[in-house]
Design a protein around this ligand. Structure first.
Ligand code: RP5
Length: 169
Protein backbone atom coordinates (compact mmCIF):
# COMPACT_ATOMS: atom_id res chain seq x y z
CA UNK A 1 0.00 0.00 0.00
CA UNK A 2 1.28 3.51 -0.81
CA UNK A 3 2.51 5.42 2.23
CA UNK A 4 0.90 8.79 3.07
CA UNK A 5 4.33 10.42 3.33
CA UNK A 6 6.61 8.31 1.14
CA UNK A 7 10.38 8.74 1.49
CA UNK A 8 11.16 6.73 -1.63
CA UNK A 9 9.28 6.96 -4.90
CA UNK A 10 9.42 3.89 -7.13
CA UNK A 11 8.34 4.83 -10.64
CA UNK A 12 8.38 2.89 -13.88
CA UNK A 13 7.56 3.57 -17.49
CA UNK A 14 4.93 0.86 -17.77
CA UNK A 15 2.90 -1.58 -15.73
CA UNK A 16 4.86 -4.27 -17.59
CA UNK A 17 8.05 -3.11 -15.82
CA UNK A 18 6.65 -4.19 -12.46
CA UNK A 19 7.77 -7.76 -13.14
CA UNK A 20 11.31 -6.48 -12.45
CA UNK A 21 10.60 -3.41 -10.34
CA UNK A 22 8.62 -5.39 -7.76
CA UNK A 23 12.02 -6.34 -6.31
CA UNK A 24 12.52 -2.72 -5.25
CA UNK A 25 9.06 -2.51 -3.69
CA UNK A 26 9.50 -5.82 -1.84
CA UNK A 27 12.86 -4.70 -0.45
CA UNK A 28 11.53 -1.36 0.77
CA UNK A 29 8.61 -3.20 2.40
CA UNK A 30 11.01 -5.64 4.07
CA UNK A 31 12.85 -2.69 5.66
CA UNK A 32 9.66 -0.84 6.55
CA UNK A 33 10.59 2.20 4.45
CA UNK A 34 7.64 4.42 3.51
CA UNK A 35 7.34 4.36 -0.27
CA UNK A 36 5.00 4.62 -3.21
CA UNK A 37 4.99 2.81 -6.55
CA UNK A 38 3.60 4.48 -9.66
CA UNK A 39 3.62 4.27 -13.43
CA UNK A 40 5.08 7.48 -14.88
CA UNK A 41 5.95 7.31 -18.56
CA UNK A 42 8.35 9.73 -20.23
CA UNK A 43 6.71 9.40 -23.63
CA UNK A 44 3.10 8.57 -22.75
CA UNK A 45 2.59 10.83 -19.72
CA UNK A 46 5.25 13.55 -20.06
CA UNK A 47 3.20 16.09 -18.11
CA UNK A 48 2.89 13.68 -15.18
CA UNK A 49 6.65 13.07 -15.31
CA UNK A 50 7.23 16.82 -15.11
CA UNK A 51 4.81 17.18 -12.22
CA UNK A 52 6.32 14.22 -10.35
CA UNK A 53 9.82 15.62 -10.70
CA UNK A 54 8.74 19.17 -9.83
CA UNK A 55 6.94 18.13 -6.65
CA UNK A 56 9.31 15.37 -5.48
CA UNK A 57 11.35 17.43 -3.05
CA UNK A 58 8.42 19.34 -1.55
CA UNK A 59 6.56 16.03 -1.09
CA UNK A 60 9.43 14.83 1.08
CA UNK A 61 10.86 12.19 -1.24
CA UNK A 62 14.49 11.45 -0.34
CA UNK A 63 15.19 9.17 -3.31
CA UNK A 64 13.49 8.17 -6.54
CA UNK A 65 13.97 4.73 -8.07
CA UNK A 66 13.08 4.94 -11.75
CA UNK A 67 12.89 1.89 -14.01
CA UNK A 68 12.42 2.04 -17.76
CA UNK A 69 13.06 -0.04 -20.85
CA UNK A 70 13.95 0.82 -24.44
CA UNK A 71 14.97 4.46 -24.94
CA UNK A 72 14.47 4.80 -21.17
CA UNK A 73 14.20 8.57 -20.80
CA UNK A 74 12.37 8.42 -17.47
CA UNK A 75 15.29 8.45 -14.98
CA UNK A 76 17.22 11.19 -16.78
CA UNK A 77 14.20 13.41 -17.30
CA UNK A 78 13.20 13.07 -13.66
CA UNK A 79 16.75 13.91 -12.61
CA UNK A 80 16.54 16.99 -14.81
CA UNK A 81 13.54 18.21 -12.80
CA UNK A 82 14.62 17.49 -9.23
CA UNK A 83 17.68 17.42 -7.00
CA UNK A 84 16.24 14.40 -5.18
CA UNK A 85 18.70 11.60 -6.04
CA UNK A 86 17.47 9.41 -8.90
CA UNK A 87 18.49 5.76 -9.10
CA UNK A 88 17.94 4.33 -12.57
CA UNK A 89 17.07 0.70 -13.29
CA UNK A 90 17.39 -0.47 -16.91
CA UNK A 91 14.55 -2.83 -17.78
CA UNK A 92 15.10 -5.70 -20.27
CA UNK A 93 11.86 -4.97 -22.10
CA UNK A 94 12.94 -5.03 -25.74
CA UNK A 95 14.77 -7.19 -28.27
CA UNK A 96 18.02 -5.63 -26.99
CA UNK A 97 17.46 -7.20 -23.55
CA UNK A 98 18.13 -4.04 -21.55
CA UNK A 99 21.40 -3.01 -23.24
CA UNK A 100 19.49 -0.13 -24.83
CA UNK A 101 18.08 1.04 -21.50
CA UNK A 102 21.40 0.52 -19.71
CA UNK A 103 23.36 2.67 -22.16
CA UNK A 104 20.64 5.30 -22.26
CA UNK A 105 20.36 5.61 -18.48
CA UNK A 106 24.07 5.38 -17.67
CA UNK A 107 25.18 7.90 -20.27
CA UNK A 108 23.78 11.04 -18.67
CA UNK A 109 25.67 14.13 -19.79
CA UNK A 110 27.82 15.80 -17.16
CA UNK A 111 25.82 17.87 -14.67
CA UNK A 112 22.64 15.84 -14.18
CA UNK A 113 23.52 12.50 -12.59
CA UNK A 114 21.48 9.32 -12.47
CA UNK A 115 22.87 6.53 -10.30
CA UNK A 116 22.57 3.59 -12.65
CA UNK A 117 22.06 0.07 -11.35
CA UNK A 118 22.20 -3.35 -12.99
CA UNK A 119 19.68 -4.46 -15.60
CA UNK A 120 16.47 -5.99 -14.30
CA UNK A 121 15.53 -7.35 -10.90
CA UNK A 122 19.06 -7.27 -9.43
CA UNK A 123 19.19 -3.55 -10.25
CA UNK A 124 15.75 -2.94 -8.77
CA UNK A 125 16.63 -4.69 -5.49
CA UNK A 126 20.01 -2.95 -5.33
CA UNK A 127 18.39 0.42 -6.01
CA UNK A 128 16.19 -0.12 -2.97
CA UNK A 129 19.19 -1.21 -0.88
CA UNK A 130 21.08 1.87 -2.00
CA UNK A 131 18.13 4.12 -1.15
CA UNK A 132 17.98 2.44 2.27
CA UNK A 133 21.73 3.02 2.75
CA UNK A 134 21.24 6.69 1.81
CA UNK A 135 18.39 7.05 4.31
CA UNK A 136 20.56 5.20 6.82
CA UNK A 137 23.09 8.04 6.86
CA UNK A 138 20.56 10.00 8.96
CA UNK A 139 18.59 7.10 10.45
CA UNK A 140 20.74 4.88 12.66
CA UNK A 141 18.00 2.30 13.25
CA UNK A 142 17.63 1.78 9.51
CA UNK A 143 21.41 1.54 9.04
CA UNK A 144 21.48 -1.08 11.82
CA UNK A 145 18.77 -3.08 10.03
CA UNK A 146 20.82 -2.95 6.84
CA UNK A 147 23.89 -4.25 8.67
CA UNK A 148 21.80 -7.08 10.15
CA UNK A 149 20.39 -7.91 6.71
CA UNK A 150 23.90 -8.19 5.29
CA UNK A 151 25.11 -10.23 8.26
CA UNK A 152 22.26 -12.71 7.70
CA UNK A 153 23.39 -13.15 4.10
CA UNK A 154 27.01 -13.56 5.17
CA UNK A 155 26.04 -16.22 7.73
CA UNK A 156 23.95 -18.07 5.15
CA UNK A 157 27.01 -18.34 2.88
CA UNK A 158 29.26 -19.49 5.72
CA UNK A 159 26.99 -22.39 6.76
CA UNK A 160 26.26 -23.46 3.20
CA UNK A 161 28.12 -26.55 2.04
CA UNK A 162 28.84 -27.46 -1.54
CA UNK A 163 27.65 -31.01 -0.82
CA UNK A 164 24.12 -29.59 -0.59
CA UNK A 165 24.56 -28.70 -4.25
CA UNK A 166 25.67 -32.17 -5.24
CA UNK A 167 29.42 -31.49 -5.18
CA UNK A 168 31.76 -34.25 -4.00
CA UNK A 169 33.17 -33.73 -0.47
C1 RP5 B 1 9.11 1.71 -21.73
O1 RP5 B 1 8.67 0.87 -22.74
C2 RP5 B 1 8.65 1.05 -20.46
O2 RP5 B 1 9.49 1.41 -19.39
C3 RP5 B 1 8.70 -0.40 -20.77
O3 RP5 B 1 9.92 -0.98 -20.32
C4 RP5 B 1 8.67 -0.45 -22.30
C5 RP5 B 1 7.51 -1.22 -22.83
O4 RP5 B 1 6.31 -0.72 -22.32
P1 RP5 B 1 4.91 -1.40 -22.66
O5 RP5 B 1 4.76 -1.36 -24.15
O6 RP5 B 1 4.98 -2.83 -22.14
O7 RP5 B 1 3.87 -0.61 -21.93
O8 RP5 B 1 8.57 2.98 -21.81
Amino acid sequence: MAAVNPLVGVVMGSKSDYRWMSGAVRTLEEFGVAHEARVVSAHRTPDLLWQYGSEARARGLRAIIAGAGGAAHLPGMLAAKTVVPVLGVPIPATALQGMDALLSIVQMPKGIPVGTLAVGEAGAVNAALLAIAMLGTTNAALADRLEQWRAARRDAVLVETLEEHGAAA
